[in-house]
Design a protein around this ligand. Structure first.
Ligand SMILES: *Cc1c(COP(=O)(O)O)cnc(C)c1O
Length: 401
């Protein structure tokens, strides 16, 4: 392990802020409207163009986007959503904000994505929506989920926080396969606004409802008032809303970042291809996330399934040793139904063997467009060493390359 890493620490993911991004933010800060200005709509239009959706509302976070997506569908007390336990807490938490219940379905351990058959099992007369999480940017089977949702007359939502730039059968994720899709612009995601998020939809009424909920439930269109408008100051609070707005300088950053998005996804896919190539001789001990001909992953993450048990090594120690070698890794995710809060609400989690297996083996490796191929060589070489897999043969080919 004499090889050193010239790049400094390699985190599992990180943002990229260019000089152009900084310029754009400064311009916005110097303009007359630093919030509720023209850049909000500009960013929404650019996201519509990128995803192919008819409508978009940008919001203060991906969590706010989930909250308002559920609220716009009138999900509340007595209702249920079905989602994956292998997701970030917010997917489930946002339903709890509204007093709704969360039923967790199992995942396919080869992809970590929620299984259509398991979701079908969990649907009850109380179910209002299926929430498909595209883990790491790999799309779920959206054709089957659409059929299932239509069969039951319920909504289909995509948690596409990882999947900006992904597609299913040539259709962009967030472009209208689902009724609503949410995105996150947290710095670890593809594109950042610091904090931020968005909902895309092809439904004008859902878009209008989300815009109203984003701004205190205030209605400004005189045509929708309960009484004739007495003057230009007048507005009506028609329901309980929130302040979930995104500022103009955040939208300026998002607009500038979006220009590099397609290029970033292309580079992520190259990096993933190179990881797969280097890891392929070790398939008996570890495997990359499943791939499908009809799906194009945006590779927010590069999750690896490592058979720690068979190798007789602990994941905690593996992560510690990689950290000492300057390599950041992460576990996506601890099954949400095993979290103390969810146990306090629903009791001991029911057995979901796919999620249990996936969680036991998963480790996300560094993945962001600025990684070089030699960084990838270094990451893979280090993992093989730490897992005790590297042979004299692999060391020689590594030095030669
Ligand atoms: C990041 C993330 C969210 C929440 O987004 P924030 O912008 O951090 O609120 C929701 N779902 C998933 C799967 C995420 O990764």
């Amino acid at each position: 392990m004499s090889e050193s890493n010239a790049q400094g620490y390699l985190p599992y993911g990180r943002q990229n802020i260019s000089d152009d991004d900084i310029e754009a933010v400064i311009d916005a800060l110097k303009s007359s409207r630093i919030t509720q200005g023209p850049r909000v709509e500009e960013f929404e239009e650019a996201l519509c163009e990128y995803t192919g959706a008819d409508y978009c509302s940008v919001l203060s976070s991906g969590t706010a986007a989930l909250h308002l997506a559920y609220a716009a569908l009138d999900i509340g007390v007595g209702d249920e959503i079905v989602t994956s336990p292998i997701t970030f807490a917010a997917t489930a938490n946002a339903a709890r904000y509204l007093g709704a219940d969360v039923r967790f379905a199992d995942v396919d351990p080869a992809s970590g994505n929620i299984s259509v058959a398991s979701v079908a099992d969990k649907i009850t007369p109380k179910t209002k929506a299926i929430v498909a999480v595209h883990l790491g940017g790999l799309p779920c089977d959206m054709r089957e989920f659409r059929k299932l949702a239509d069969f039951h007359g319920i909504a289909l939502i995509e948690d596409a926080a990882h999947a900006l730039g992904a597609s299913f059968r040539g259709n962009s994720i967030g472009g209208g396969i689902a009724d609503l899709a949410i995105f996150s612009f947290h710095p670890v995601k593809h594109l950042t606004t610091g904090e931020g998020g968005a909902v895309t939809t092809n439904s004008k009424s859902l878009k209008e409802r989300i815009d109203r909920l984003r701004h205190h439930g205030i209605e400004r269109n005189p045509e929708n008032f309960s009484t004739p408008s007495p003057g230009r100051w007048y507005h009506e609070i028609v329901e309980l809303g929130y302040n979930y707005r995104l500022t103009d300088f955040q939208c300026a950053l998002g607009l500038s970042q979006l220009k590099r998005q397609a290029q970033g996804v292309a580079r992520r896919r190259e990096i993933a291809g190179y990881y797969r190539e280097l890891l392929s001789p070790w398939s008996s001990s570890m495997s990359a996330q499943a791939q499908y001909d009809d799906r194009f992953s945006a590779y927010h993450l590069f999750p690896l399934q490592i058979n720690f048990q068979a190798l007789g090594v602990s994941r905690g120690e593996t992560m510690d040793q990689l950290d000492q070698l300057g390599i950041g890794t992460q576990v996506h995710y601890i099954p949400v139904n095993h979290q103390p809060y969810y146990k306090s609400v629903y009791g001991e989690p029911e057995s979901l063997p796919g999620a249990t297996e996936y969680y036991a083996r998963t480790l996300s490796l560094p993945m962001y467009p600025e990684l070089s191929n030699s960084d990838v060589d270094y990451v893979v070489g280090s993992i093989l060493n730490v897992l005790g897999l590297s042979t004299a043969e692999s060391q020689r080919t590594k030095v030669a390359s």
